[in-house]
Design a protein. Structure first.
Length: 223
């Protein structure tokens, strides 16, 4: 079952996406900003919500779906949702194969296909350029979302073909809400000056927690 995480902040970005997204056609979007801001989780949740609207004709929040609705939704996600380059390991042949398969999908299919290409800026330049035509004209009912950490590593020929949304670190209020929800010890984080290193980036804090960051902070302070 696809894991859904609660999103904090990025309200402006959600408004922009809802305003310009038209699920009756095809489109390519680029979500860019520093690592650890939650860009992938943001767009993953949006895709799940959009698919739920299509299947159940509902505007319910994904956290309010029933158990049966979630089961049905997850079955549909298997054939409708594609997450590529998660570990920065994707080849142009894999990308082409997927797009060719989607191109052959029955045109009468009423359920869209959603492709999230993670860490897009890490893909080699030849692969990026090879995708130009597909990014400009995705197959019918196919939506491509490029998650990019450094937009300057992406050719303008690519960025010019995308609708772009910039992401920034969370506000202090949103970051505190994130800490409370995920049961992080906010006082200890402030005491250890961890927030100075994290700069209100949820993903970065979660990553650093895996590496005994508090111990390493003490070492860094001594140095």
């Amino acid at each position: 079952m696809l894991k859904v995480e609660k999103i904090f902040g990025h309200k402006e970005q959600k408004v922009i996406l809802n305003k310009k997204f038209n699920s009756e056609f095809s489109d390519t979007w680029m979500l860019f900003g520093e690592r650890g801001l939650g860009k992938f989780n943001f767009i993953k949740n949006f895709v799940i919500e959009d698919l739920a609207k299509k299947i159940f004709c509902t505007k319910k929040d994904i956290f309010n779906l029933t158990t049966n609705e979630l089961k049905t939704l997850n079955k549909k996600l298997v054939s409708s949702y594609f997450h590529l380059n998660e570990g920065e390991k994707v080849s142009i042949d894999q990308l082409r194969k997927l797009f060719n398969q989607l191109q052959l999908t029955n045109s009468s299919d009423k359920i869209p296909k959603y492709i999230i290409i993670d860490n897009f800026d890490t893909i080699n330049i030849n692969s990026k350029n090879a995708l130009l035509k597909t990014l400009e004209e995705p197959p019918r009912m196919v939506f491509i979302f490029l998650v990019c950490h450094n937009i300057y590593n992406v050719p303008k020929t690519v960025t010019s073909r995308c609708k772009k949304i910039e992401f920034r670190p969370l506000s202090n209020k949103d970051f505190e809400d994130f800490l409370k929800y995920n049961t992080f010890d906010n006082e200890n984080i402030k005491k250890q000056n961890i927030d100075d290193y994290v700069n209100n980036k949820p993903g970065l804090l979660k990553l650093l927690q895996e590496y005994d960051f508090e111990k390493n902070i003490s070492l860094i302070e001594k140095i």
